[in-house]
Design a protein. Structure first.
Length: 337
């Protein structure tokens, strides 16, 4: 009788556990077979765009640095898809080329909800905001590098920072002075209002201005076309705008001759193999700092307790998720998380 009773009880217990009536994991002394681990809950800060909290609804104008163009093309549509009520509208300045400085000025003039910048805020911009009754906040979201572009036919593989400075100051005027052919150097730059130009002037030229004989191109597209058409041309721009191009050659930059670092992952993809193959950003060199021309990208926000502030902070939070950081890498930038 005892054996029959035990058998009946054991069979009943087995039937209940198989049918879901008893949670064996909650009973002491009973081992359960191991099962595949489930994904852990999304942490604060988030893995995916869908995890971002406090996203406002409405239409929000934004703009600024041209360095952000790959982000606007690749990542912003994905943000819109994840949060359809959070509508973003890119807004160009009137009467001035788009740039970090013009974007911040538009933000201060209440023309933008938030701005995209490739440089840090200036003291005078903080002062203007305080005079208007609020503060500006810069939120870093990625690392980025400057790349130096030359014509693909130019047999020069790299320059030191000193050589690059002397070229743009006009003290080196022929490529044969830096190991190249007997060919005049044609220097090209964008207007000084851009964050990229300001970074170049302060970092490479030591605060000096551009000489008057430097050729000015209003956009990077125009500048790259000039480099393609001019054998002796040289130009600097955001690495994602240069490294993957088919019509120009990015060259190595270093602090000295023994430390020339390429902004692309080797082996180099020559222009004749493009666009089927393209050069890729050397993210490890940018992240480690061995590539000397690196900087941070910022979302600039007005701290004025309005939906615009909420929009700017939400946008930065999207980019700081693991999904956003992964997409930034894909766009040619370097994740900071």
């Amino acid at each position: 009788s005892l054996l029959i009773t035990v058998g009946l009880l054991g069979g009943g217990f087995w039937w209940l556990t198989q049918s879901g009536g008893v949670d064996t994991g909650a009973l002491p002394g009973i081992d359960t077979p191991s099962s595949p681990s489930l994904p852990s809950p999304t942490p604060a800060g988030g893995d995916r765009f869908a995890s971002v909290q406090g996203v406002p609804s409405g239409l929000f104008n934004y703009g600024g640095s041209t360095t952000w163009a790959p982000i606007r093309g690749l990542i912003d549509p994905a943000i819109q898809q994840a949060s359809p009520a959070f509508q973003l509208r890119y807004t160009d300045p009137i009467g001035a080329p788009p740039a970090s400085g013009t974007g911040i000025a538009m933000l201060l003039n209440n023309q933008l909800s938030f701005a995209q910048s490739s440089r840090s805020l200036k003291p005078e911009e903080h002062t203007q905001a305080e005079q208007q009754g609020y503060k500006l906040k810069e939120i870093p979201v990625a690392l980025e590098g400057l790349a130096i572009a030359v014509n693909p036919s130019l047999p020069v593989e790299g320059l030191t920072l000193d050589q690059l400075r002397e070229i743009y100051l006009g003290n080196i005027r022929n490529w044969n002075e830096v190991g190249g052919p007997d060919l005049a150097i044609v220097r090209i730059s964008r207007p000084i209002s851009g964050g990229t130009v300001e970074f170049f002037l302060s970092t490479v030229l030591g605060g000096a201005g551009l000489p008057n004989d430097v050729m000015i191109a209003n956009t990077t597209t125009q500048a790259l076309r000039l480099v393609d058409a001019t054998p002796g041309a040289i130009y600097y721009a955001s690495a994602p705008e240069v490294v993957g191009q088919c019509t120009v050659k990015p060259i190595a930059i270093g602090r000295n001759d023994n430390q020339l670092v390429k902004p692309y992952v080797e082996p180099y993809v020559p222009s004749e193999n493009c666009p089927a193959q393209r050069n890729r950003i050397n993210g490890e060199a940018l992240r480690s700092g061995t590539y000397p021309l690196t900087r941070r990208l910022f979302v600039i926000v007005r701290e004025d307790d309005t939906p615009d502030q909420q929009a700017g902070e939400a946008y930065a939070n999207f980019l700081l998720t693991q999904e956003g950081q992964s997409l930034l890498n894909e766009a040619g930038f370097v994740a900071i998380r």
